[in-house]
Design a protein around this ligand. Structure first.
Ligand SMILES: [Cu+2]
Length: 146
């Protein structure tokens, strides 16, 4: 019984590694805005889809934070607010930007202090079953871009 479970686990991890290699989405300009103390940090980047099939970002996780969510900010009502989104489409042969005032990764409850200059890896889950690990550079609270 124990042996067959181990065998299954190794099969699953091989599958995951293969999936990660075949993602058609590429990340660039990834940075996070670090706020004082344990306030949540916003993560920003550009995602580009080189394939002729649309795909969507469906989740995010980081080993350095207790929780990661995808949010969208808006000022439609004249007041700054943000909401959780289930997925962010990355169109075929197109791109989507996560930027202040729009989509962002909300990184909650840092597990250790994250300081400007630090690197943080966030792994995105895509609707095609692949995963995309992205290295973000931490920037100070007054940063406005990568
Ligand atoms: Cu947010």
């Amino acid at each position: 019984m124990k042996t067959s479970l181990l065998f299954l686990a190794s099969l699953l991890s091989v599958g995951a590694a293969h999936a990660a290699e075949t993602s058609s989405v590429k990340a660039s300009g990834a940075w996070i805005r670090v706020l004082p103390g344990s306030l949540p940090a916003g993560g920003y980047l550009t995602l580009e889809n080189s394939s002729d099939k649309g795909v969507a970002i469906t989740g995010a996780a980081s080993a350095d934070y207790a929780d990661a969510m995808i949010h969208k900010s808006s000022t439609e009502t004249g007041m700054g607010r943000m909401e959780m989104v289930d997925k962010v489409p990355v169109p075929a042969k197109g791109q989507v930007a996560f930027a202040p005032g729009g989509y962002h990764v909300m990184l909650m409850q840092p597990k250790h202090p994250v300081n400007p200059g630090d690197k943080v890896v966030v792994t995105f889950t895509l609707s095609d079953g692949t995963t995309l690990p992205v290295t973000f550079t931490a920037k100070p609270a007054n940063a406005t871009g990568p």
